[in-house]
Structure formats: C-alpha cells, structure tokens
Design a protein around this ligand. Structure first.
Ligand code: SAH
Length: 213
C-alpha cells in the first residue's frame, strides 16, 4: 500500500453529519491522517499490533490502521452519532474495528483504561483545547496508561507543553510537521479555509507496559 493510495481511500470516508464545536469535531484531513498512519507503520507500530484510536470520531485513523494491517483496532468516542458513522465507514471498507462509546475525560479514568485494555499503539487527534481548555490532557493521560507508544496530532508549538506535562512518564521520540486545513465548519469561523499548523508527536512511555507483559 502506497501513501497516496491510503490517502485516496481515507478521502472516501463519510464525515461528521453535524459537527459539534464543543467536542472539537474536525475530521482529520486524509493527507494528514495518511501521513500519521504511514509514519507509524514504517516505525513498526501498526502492522500486527493492537491499536487504539482515542476520540475516534468518524473512524478515519482507526480504519486506516486496520487497512495497514493492525491485528486489532479499537476506537473510543464520546459521541454515539459519530460512532454510527464510523461503523458505517468500517463496513464500507470491510474492516473489523470495535468502537466503544465512552468519555475519555470521565470521572473514572482507571475504569476506562481497564475497559479498553492494554494496547501496543495509540493513535489520536484529540481536541486541541480551543473550546475547553486542557481538553487534550485526559487523552494524553489515558494514552500513556494503556500503550507504550502514542502518536498524537497537536497544534504546532505544543512540544514545550507536552514535554512538561508528560516529563515523568514519557519522552517525545519524534516530531513530524504538517498542516490541517480547516474548512469553514462553525459560525465562529471567519475564513473559508484556515490552515492550522500542526505536529504529529510520537510519545514513548518511559516504563512501557505491553500486552504481552
Ligand atoms: N479521530 C477523528 C476525530 C478527531 S476530532 C479523526 O481523526 O478524524 C476529535 C474527536 O474527539 C471528536 O470525534 C470528538 O467527538 C471526540 N471527543 C471530544 N471529547 C471527547 C471525550 N471527552 N471523550 C471521547 N471523545 C471525545
């Protein structure tokens, strides 16, 4: 599978029917999603692995991981309407992805971590915290609880925050820069397309737990 082919496949997936600003529902543009997935694949973090997508939305990253040969993929998403779209998207590509409706920032993170179980790799495009300050923190916390390796999409310039926030638990083992063209989606958007600079960070847990352990 070539990067371009993956990108073209992901382009065909249905998006959010009624995106909710409070949940920062922006589907990752296919080129950026394909870049993250391909990068993780080349690092050996996808094929044959147990992969979890936190804030899976319409399933783009989860389905892409499955297409690239992940052994098992689970998506976790708060919005059941988005999960219904994701399930339809998974059927379209005939891939086996489980979606769990759950709140990553809920009151019992240990319980959620147990429900999800350990995995090898987390992939995520968490809310950047534009609507709800620090909305990305529970995603980082959960990711580091369940997987030794995490790929996340963050606003460009997030490295100092991510490094400080995770310093005891993880290190940033890689950074890939990209851009996230956001189409006018919500009333507060003033331009037709706004290009947000982002970075894909690979976080490696300092004391990894693996499903085999
Ligand atoms: N992973 C998808 C969607 C990214 S948008 C993609 O790459 O296209 C962020 C997603 O996180 C949205 O689907 C939103 O509904 C979900 N989300 C926001 N807050 C959440 C929470 N507390 N728990 C679980 N999912 C959440």
């Amino acid at each position: 599978m070539k990067l371009k082919n993956l990108e073209m496949m992901l382009q065909r997936l249905a998006g959010f029917p009624h995106p909710r600003p409070s949940l920062e529902q922006y589907q990752t543009p296919a080129p950026l999603a394909a870049r993250l997935l391909f990068h993780a694949f080349m690092k050996g973090d996808i094929e044959g692995k147990v992969v979890c997508d936190l804030g899976s939305g319409t399933g783009l990253l989860a389905i892409g991981a499955s297409i690239l040969g992940a052994a098992q993929v689970e998506g976790v998403e708060i919005d059941e309407k988005a999960v219904a779209v994701a399930e339809e998207n998974a059927r379209l590509f005939d891939v086996d992805v489980e979606f769990l409706v759950a709140d990553v920032s809920g009151t019992d993170p240990m319980d959620l971590a147990e429900r999800i179980g350990l995995c090898d790799t987390v992939i995520m495009n968490p809310p950047f915290g534009a609507q709800k300050v620090h909305a990305d923190r529970p995603f980082i916390d959960l990711a580091l609880r369940i997987a030794p390796v995490t790929y996340g999409i963050f606003n460009a310039g997030s490295i100092p925050f991510v490094r400080a926030y995770t310093s005891e638990r993880a290190e940033i083992s890689e950074k890939v820069s990209g851009s996230f063209p956001i189409k006018r989606t919500f009333a507060f958007h003033t331009r037709d397309i706004q290009d947000i600079k982002v970075e894909i960070l690979r976080l490696t847990q300092k004391q990894p737990k693996s499903p085999a352990a």
